[in-house]
Design a protein around this ligand. Sequence first.
Ligand code: 5GP
Length: 177
Amino acid sequence: MEIENSCRLKVLISEEQIDEKVAFLGKAISRDYAQVRDLVLVAVLRGSVYFAVDLSRNLSIPFILDFIGISSYGGGMEHPGAVRITKDLDVNITHKNVLLVEDIVDTGLTLNYLLKKLRIRNPSSLRVCTFLDMPEKRILDVPVDYKGFEIPDAFIVGYGLDYHEHYRNMKVIAVLK
Ligand code: 5GP
């Protein structure tokens, strides 16, 4: 993929910076959950898959990796943040320690919806790890326990984030102009 020559893409975070940050987060999470034997990593399909898999490879503690699929209702302005579950978890998270792994927290509407859906299942604990955080766009105050990078308001692609399914497999994070 010709990133440097593309006038539409501007690299914001390099592959090396991504690797370093994922290793850092993996260490922090492994330390914080060192005493925990029932950790469930919940990756949100599809954007967070790349991050969740890399993060899981940087964990030195036992865990179960599970996936939850969501999709927005048409993405129209009439129902901003209206989301529905398209694939539920396979694991029962009741009385388990859950770490929700997100690609990006933007308005916070999606995360708020997911947290509500997971909380009613009574996990022992529920924390959030997001690779990117875009605080300028926040509408709802949502808890973020671990974050990779705080970034300015822009449309981001790469490392799992797509534009009409393009750019997900890019090894860098870029702004799409
Ligand atoms: P939120 O509900 O916080 O506004 O956004 C949540 C979801 O919208 C993210 O998990 C992601 O899938 C998508 N999203 C938000 N901002 C961006 C962006 O800048 N680029 C891409 N590709 N997706 C985004």
